[in-house]
Ligand binder design. Structure first.
Ligand code: HEM
Length: 487
């Protein structure tokens, strides 16, 4: 899923350790030796300090590394192999188009196994990954989306109806509730409000587990034992109890549906249950559980974070907000924006894309190299991590004029090169939820802008902070709704 340092999949988490002073980056750059090979240069500061920088000042750190070392540099993360970040489109193309049995995305995600399980797309490589992706992918394609649209819009509008008028609140908390409910209803097909409420509680607990998913040298989660000990000592922090509770709900759902006629159901779980592998077999309950957890973990915090960033950027850019309002008004019929028209709103599309360019939810994606490879004159040894740097590439001045400026119009002008812009990763592992995420984010943004007049709390400026596994806006974007139209 998603942009990640080696072995961790879903980005690093924040800590309270002190950060190495900025002058550390200006030391003479060393060559990082691995055996007889020389890797691209990188910061001289100790690995723990690099880790802290990635936690506490991720975008600032990456900007400074790029300014000092260029497009491709090597980071040292304690307990992991050399971690090579690149914003060189030529190298990114090689990585994304490379043999997936050589560039291992699943191995790079091993640290997620305690949550998503052994059968998750995120941690699989090779034949199993291709087999499972082929089975799941159709449930997320094209026409399928339309079946989900009205449910998503209803969930968004019910939330907008609850937003207070005239009082500040953190919009990210709201988008998280919305996107979680979307996943539970559309992907899991849950309908019972009590079950959904239980689920919500346990998911929030499980997200805390990401804090403990540091990988060790073999890419296994080194701190899982620690997380278990914390849970025993403080039951309210027992993420494994929450995982068990979620598993119980999922297995019960699977069992219930096995005894029902689900042929007319459109939710992703029901569709996966009715799909067959090439040899005619179906997914086992354990496989279904692992993929559902994957979709849950990969699919709600991500969209929620981008939705919150969209709100922020629109508030900061009244000109863009004005253009979007005009576009929405032009497509609205009898007070409703028809879902079938959503993809005709070019400026809306550009706003969402520009948001993911300037503030991507993950700063990177990762592949572990299985065997040595010589690429562009550099020989990379086995087991290093090659990592397309999403943030760095999206902020290259030569690819994106004025990269620090929010300007949706740039996405109206030309086709996007997939090695210059890849918020959803790339190649055979590109995010399976790309169309779904665009669709739900567009519904959220268009309904919010159509129905609300809002602005950020006076004096608020977002900083990029780590939240769960994403690069999120600080304080959750406090906004004040000035007025609201009925849905
Ligand atoms: C704004 C929203 C989202 C963003 C930015 C995002 C981003 C990503 C990224 C960067 C990857 C890694 C791709 C790679 O390694 O090259 C990924 C993988 C994945 N994402 Fe998303 N994602 C989003 C929403 C979703 C949604 C809504 C779902 C499903 C409900 C989803 C399911 C997945 C899955 C299953 C994978 C693993 C694919 C594989 O390894 O084959 N994501 N996502």
């Amino acid at each position: 899923m998603c942009g990640r340092p080696p072995g961790q999949g879903l980005e690093f988490m924040g800590t309270s350790e002190p950060v190495e002073p900025d002058h550390a980056l200006s030391k003479p750059p060393p060559v990082a030796p691995v055996g007889a090979q020389a890797l691209p240069r990188g910061p001289a500061m100790p690995g723990i300090a690099q880790l802290m920088m990635l936690f506490l000042r991720p975008t600032e750190f990456l900007d400074r590394c790029a300014a000092r070392y260029g497009d491709t540099f090597t980071l040292k993360i304690p307990g992991t192999p050399p971690f090579i970040q690149t914003s060189d489109p030529a190298l990114i193309e090689v990585i994304f188009k490379g043999d997936p049995d050589l560039f291992l995305g699943g191995k790079a995600n091993n640290g997620l196994k305690p949550v998503v399980g052994e059968n998750s797309l995120l941690v699989l490589d090779g034949k199993r990954h291709r087999r499972d992706r082929k089975l799941i992918m159709p449930t997320f394609l094209g026409e399928r989306m339309h079946a989900y649209g009205s449910v998503i819009r209803d969930i968004v509008n019910a939330a907008l109806d609850r937003w207070p008028v005239g009082k500040p609140f953190a919009v990210h908390e709201e988008t998280q509730q919305i996107m979680l409910e979307v996943i539970l209803r559309v992907i899991f097909g849950l309908e019972d409000a009590r079950t959904i409420a239980q689920f919500r509680h346990h998911v929030h607990q499980v997200l805390k587990l990401a804090l403990f998913l540091f990988p060790n040298g073999e890419g296994k989660p080194a701190a899982e034992g620690f997380a278990r000990a914390v849970g025993k000592a403080f039951p309210s922090l027992d993420v494994f109890a929450s995982l068990k509770a979620i598993d119980d709900i999922i297995y019960q759902e699977i069992q219930d549906r096995r005894s029902q006629d689900i042929s007319g159901r459109q939710d992703v779980l029901s569709l996966m249950m009715q799909s067959h592998y090439d040899d005619g077999s179906v997914m086992t309950p354990q496989e279904l559980r692992d993929e559902l957890m994957t979709l849950l973990m990969a699919g709600h915090e991500t969209s929620a974070t981008i939705a919150a960033w969209c709100v922020y950027h629109l508030c900061r850019h009244p000109d863009a907000m004005g253009k979007l309002r005009e576009e929405i008004a032009a497509h609205t019929v009898d007070g409703v924006l028809p879902l079938a028209k959503i993809n005709e709103l070019k400026f809306l599309d550009a706003v969402v894309k520009e948001t993911m360019r300037i503030t991507p939810v993950f700063s990177l994606v990762a592949r572990v190299l299985k065997e040595p490879q010589t690429i562009g004159g550099t020989t990379y040894p086995a087991n290093v991590v090659l990592s397309p740097n999403i943030y760095g590439t999206h902020h290259r001045a030569d690819l994106w004029g004025d990269p620090k400026v929010f300007r949706p119009e740039r996405f109206l002008e030309e086709r996007v090169n997939p090695f210059h812009y890849f918020p959803f990763g790339g190649g055979i592992r590109k995010c399976i939820g790309t169309s779904f995420a665009y669709y739900e984010m567009k519904i959220f943004v268009s309904e919010t802008v159509r129905r609300m007049r809002f602005d950020t709390r006076p004096g608020y400026h977002a900083k990029v902070v780590r939240r769960s596994n994403t690069l999120a806006p600080s304080q959750g974007v406090p906004i004040i709704v000035e007025s609201r139209l009925p849905s």
